[in-house]
Design a protein around this ligand. Structure first.
Ligand code: SF4
Ligand code: SF4
Ligand code: FES
Length: 326
């Protein structure tokens, strides 16, 4: 039988404190603790409340990484408190750790935030199966393993909000659905039993709220404690928008189409052609930059592009990698 040694180390926690009913501004309080190698962040939150200040507030329920209530930030890193080991965090950041809520601007009391915007976005993407339910079924509605696999683990989302509050677009655009809502939309769009038609996917295509306003920073992928990888689902929603024929012409959709054409034609990216295709009339504002890039050899005219040596292979890959209508 293997035995593991429990070690302890001193850690200073700088903890965000704020009570929206009493405080004008938030402040930070320091707690020094001996932390054991067996503890997770939730143990520390409990000890602050139980041993130091009974008014300290945070959310937790299952303690098994399932309910999604305990997500906070440690040194800016989104963390599921009941899952994240103290050992790992100390190894990453050292012995001074700052505990903060997922969103400081939404703080109500200490680690507790108002997640109203998160739930509104979730509700807005129709996060359920739209189908005519037979109220007297004679057999199970079976889904094959291959069909279940297309959900790509989006169904494992625990609605913790870590990705949502890590997203820079959510922070500045109150219309943007956000990565968790996109993952939920994908989960039902990809379900073979769903009969929503084009309503849900059309909402994904709308400017400001939809997938085209994602800046592809991958913060949501970094933040997710369940490895849902929302940015990957956003990419799949892009394809579904074309497959379901609801794409409308805008800079983002033309960019996707221009990219496809460029690779199919040259096997490499035609930067100049891509901007021209994406921007159309809006190209005028890029002319000064384009001229400087041309002079520096950063962009070349189509007749100057050296095609890839593997065009046959690339054409096969392009044909096999998409079923989208362009
Ligand atoms: S990749 Fe897109 S959805 Fe994810 S955090 Fe960045 S902007 Fe937000
Ligand atoms: S996608 Fe991941 S980070 Fe986002 S809400 Fe779901 S579980 Fe949390
Ligand atoms: S307490 Fe439920 S996920 Fe952490």
């Amino acid at each position: 039988m293997s035995t593991s040694t429990i070690t302890t180390q001193k850690v200073t926690f700088k903890v965000f404190r704020f009570n929206a009913d009493e405080d004008y501004l938030p402040y930070y309080e320091n707690y020094e603790m001996e932390v054991t190698s067996e503890e997770v962040v939730l143990d520390i939150l409990n000890r602050i409340k139980w041993d130091h200040d009974g008014s300290f507030s945070y959310r937790r329920s299952c303690r098994h990484g399932i309910c999604g209530t305990c997500a906070i930030k440690v040194n800016g890193k989104s963390t599921l408190a009941c899952k994240e080991s103290m050992n790992g965090l100390v190894a990453l950041f050292g012995n001074e750790l700052t505990l903060e809520p997922l969103s400081i601007k939404r703080a109500i009391k200490d680690m507790i935030i108002d997640k109203g915007d998160f739930w509104e976005k979730h509700e807005a993407v129709t996060p359920y199966l739209v189908t005519d339910v037979n109220e007297a079924p004679t057999h199970e509605n079976l889904v094959s393993p291959a069909e279940a696999n297309t959900l790509d683990e989006a169904d494992l989302c625990i609605q913790c909000g870590a990705c949502h509050y890590a997203c820079p677009v959510v922070a500045i655009n109150e219309d943007f659905f956000g990565p968790a809502a996109f993952a939920a939309a994908y989960r039902f769009e990809a379900d073979v039993r769903d009969e929503d038609g084009t309503d849900r996917i059309s909402a994904m295509n709308e400017s400001a709220q939809g997938v085209w306003d994602c800046v592809k920073c991958f913060e949501c992928q970094e933040a997710c404690p369940k490895e849902i990888n929302p940015i990957e689902k956003i990419g799949k929603l892009h394809n579904m928008i074309f497959q379901k024929d609801v794409a409308v012409s805008n800079v983002a959709t033309r960019h996707a189409v221009g990219f496809h054409h460029s690779i199919k034609r040259f096997g490499v990216l035609d930067e100049g052609g891509l901007v021209l295709y994406s921007e159309m009339a809006g190209i005028v504002k890029h002319i000064p930059v384009a001229a400087r890039m041309f002079v520096k050899g950063k962009i070349v005219p189509p007749w100057g592009i050296t095609k890839s040596d593997n065009m046959d292979e690339i054409k096969k890959l392009v044909a096999s990698s998409t079923t989208a209508k362009f």
